[in-house]
Design a protein around this ligand. Structure first.
Ligand SMILES: [Zn+2]
Ligand SMILES: [Zn+2]
Length: 246
């Protein structure tokens, strides 16, 4: 199944001639020199040990090996930790937009490659049993034509040699922005939209939830809550990009 997905993608989208991130000349490598240096700079970024969001310029970083952002110091998340390939800005943000809104599905390969690099830097992620993408509600899936998290999950699973299940999690309806509700109420509403179709397939498993972007964390948190209620073991998140905290 996994190799079928790769064969299919390679057939439809032959190897990139230009840099997949910026469209510049890549001269036989995966990315152009400029994108290489930007991607390498992600590895120097400081991030929250829990939610994986990146420290904003000027934020005060405590001198400890594990540090939590101001939100994670106060908030209990239903997941162990989240990691992301890089900050949601610049070339990474533009790439995600082209992937998601302009339908450049082949960018899943490059983005998932960066996500896997980030995952490999986190030892806890070696205990994952099963990869689940954040689902889209049917109406959104019909408009977009594909689930961006599903494509990323498929490629991440392939590269990490982990099973991916696209049917265990569903989103029954699209949630609208809910003005006037506080965070807890909004999150409860959002969590109500997600459902596990077969709890037996999740029980006791260490789950990696895949999404394209982690910003407020509300989506990842809602999905993790549902997966946790279904009896999952440890729950982790992996995103192509994460926001910054200040
Ligand atoms: Zn480039
Ligand atoms: Zn945090």
């Amino acid at each position: 199944m996994l190799s079928l997905w790769r064969d299919l993608l390679n057939l439809i989208f032959p190897s990139f001639l230009d840099c997949p991130l910026c469209g510049g000349k890549k001269e036989g490598k995966d990315f152009c020199n400029s994108c290489y240096s930007i991607i390498s700079s992600y590895k120097q970024e400081l991030y929250c040990s829990r939610c994986g969001r990146f420290a904003g310029k000027g934020s005060v970083i405590p001198c400890v090996s594990d540090h939590y952002c101001y939100i994670c110091r106060k908030r209990q998340w239903p997941f162990e930790l989240v990691r992301a390939a890089g900050p949601y800005e610049g070339v990474l943000k533009e790439t995600i937009h082209r992937f998601k809104y302009l339908g450049r599905k082949n960018l899943a390969l490059s983005l998932a490659g960066l996500m896997v690099e980030a995952a490999r830097m986190e030892p806890l992620l070696t205990c994952v049993d099963l990869v689940l993408p954040v689902p889209l509600a049917d109406e959104k899936l019909h408009v977009r034509g594909f689930n961006q998290a599903g494509l990323l999950a498929e490629e991440v699973g392939y590269r990490l040699q982990l099973p991916v299940n696209h049917k265990l999690l569903v989103k029954d309806f699209e949630t609208r922005p809910q003005v006037g509700l506080d965070r807890v109420a909004r999150e409860k509403n959002l969590a109500g939209a997600f459902r596990v179709t077969n709890t037996g397939a999740i029980q006791g498993k260490n789950i990696m939830i895949i999404d394209d972007v982690f910003t407020t964390g509300n989506t990842m948190s809602s999905v993790a809550m549902v997966v946790r209620s279904a009896g999952a073991g440890n729950i982790f998140g992996l995103a192509a990009a994460a926001g910054r905290y200040f």
